[in-house]
Design a protein around this ligand. Sequence first.
Ligand SMILES: [Zn+2]
Length: 251
Amino acid sequence: MAVILSSGVSIKEQIALLVELQEVDMAISGLHEQKTHLPKIPDSIRQLLQQAKQGMIEAANLQEEVQSSWKSLESDLEEQEKSIQKSKGRLSELKTNKEYQAHLFEIDLAGKKRSQVEERLLLIMDRAEAVDQQVLKAKEEIGRQEAALEASLIKIEVDEADIDRDLEVLLHSQKQLIPQLDEALLKQYEQVRSSHSGRPMVSVHGGACSGCQLQVPPQLVAEVRRGEALHVCSHCQRFLFWPREQEPDAK
Ligand SMILES: [Zn+2]
């Protein structure tokens, strides 16, 4: 079966244009497909960032706790100091030796308590230093994870931009090709294309249709090779063409 074209249209040229259009159409479909498979942001990156933020919250809470303990110990120390000074001031008011001795004992006891508070204060200062470091590290970790997230976003955007640029070139070629094609022929091409996964033009190779792999009658092979009409494979209904590279001298 051969497709009849409007008069004055060179069939050889039309076949070549259709093959070219098919290449462009397939490349466009391929790029659309590629776009749907662009990598997504890995879950692991989001999880690590989430963990880093959680670490920051914990470190900041700890820092607040330690600072509040520090303040309360400082005010304890101040209280102890005041009470010791007050007790010392009262020594001169005491009448008996017994009272005096008892008061000295109390002052001594308060001094010991003050030393204990001082020791705890030193410990909490060390702890505060460690917690400050922890907060700093948590901040750095957030920065690192945010940078990793940003980098993978940029990578995906760059890939998408590459595809869009290629698509633009192909769509331009498609736009150039379509007006050169016979309208009825183009319509048929589109029909066959939609029913054959985007590949309506198939070459004849070794006497067989490269679309369905079934043998093409020798007479039809000869006609396809002459290229004076557009023939259709009787098995799969695709358009048959003779590839240029198969026999460069073929006229
Ligand atoms: Zn076929």
